[in-house]
Write a protein that binds this ligand. Structure first.
Ligand code: HEC
Ligand code: HEC
Length: 148
């Protein structure tokens, strides 16, 4: 798409989206319910994370695998990435942990770097630990046949 076309088509699509969404706006209910913005709902209690559950099945091919262990106090910041102290290629074997796959070393241009790619540095952006909590929203998602 050339630049001029993009200038016209993108705003047009946005406007079209607004026109469709507008009639329902009054019925929208966020997870905080219909409380006015100046009041806070009672804080939800976050259920305790489940302890070691062993490697979990994946529901679709490119799913970031679920974290099967607790992550409390595992530091990930500018200087330290504790996840990599077990999952990085250097330590994984000695820690008996699965190593991150090669995709974690690729930058956005598909080049393989010698260290973890910046876009894969913050592990919890994609990988999540599990709790025994009820789902907040129902889902009818089913894995494809080959993964069931
Ligand atoms: C002390 C070592 C250690 C640390 C630190 C650690 N892990 Fe793990 N992790 C493991 C081991 C061991 C397993 C395999 C569990 C099993 O086989 O039951 C695992 C499994 C996983 C898996 C599942 C992989 C799969 O193929 O299903 C993910 C995802 C994961 N860890 C992410 C993380 C993230 C994110 C962090 C940091 C917040 C982290 N881990 C920190 C040792 C560690
Ligand atoms: C942008 C999302 C994203 C981030 C950030 C990310 N991962 Fe992953 N991870 C994935 C996806 C998607 C997969 C499965 C497909 C693949 O291997 O690329 C995966 C796979 C894995 C696996 C299983 C590898 C295998 O071969 O089965 C481990 C272990 C893992 N990640 C750990 C980590 C750790 C540790 C970090 C932080 C240093 C991290 N990931 C950051 C998306 C992410």
């Amino acid at each position: 798409m050339n630049i001029t076309a993009r200038y016209f088509i993108v705003p047009l699509l946005l406007l079209a989206g607004l026109a469709v969404a507008a009639p329902d706006a009054g019925n929208l209910e966020a997870l905080r319910g219909k409380l006015p913005l100046d009041r806070d709902p009672a804080p939800a209690r976050i259920a305790d994370p489940l302890k070691d559950q062993g490697i979990q099945d994946r529901d679709y091919i490119h799913q970031p695998p679920l974290i099967p262990h607790q992550v409390r106090d595992y530091e990930v910041d500018l200087k330290v990435n504790q996840c990599l102290s077990c999952h990085g290629w250097k330590n994984a074997a000695s820690r008996n942990a699965p190593r991150v796959s090669p995709t974690h070393y690729e930058n956005r241009d598909g080049l393989t770097l010698s260290d973890i790619s910046p876009r894969r540095y913050f592990c919890l952006q994609c990988h999540v630990p599990q709790t025994g909590a009820e789902p907040l929203v129902d889902s009818t998602f089913m894995p494809v046949e080959s993964l069931r």
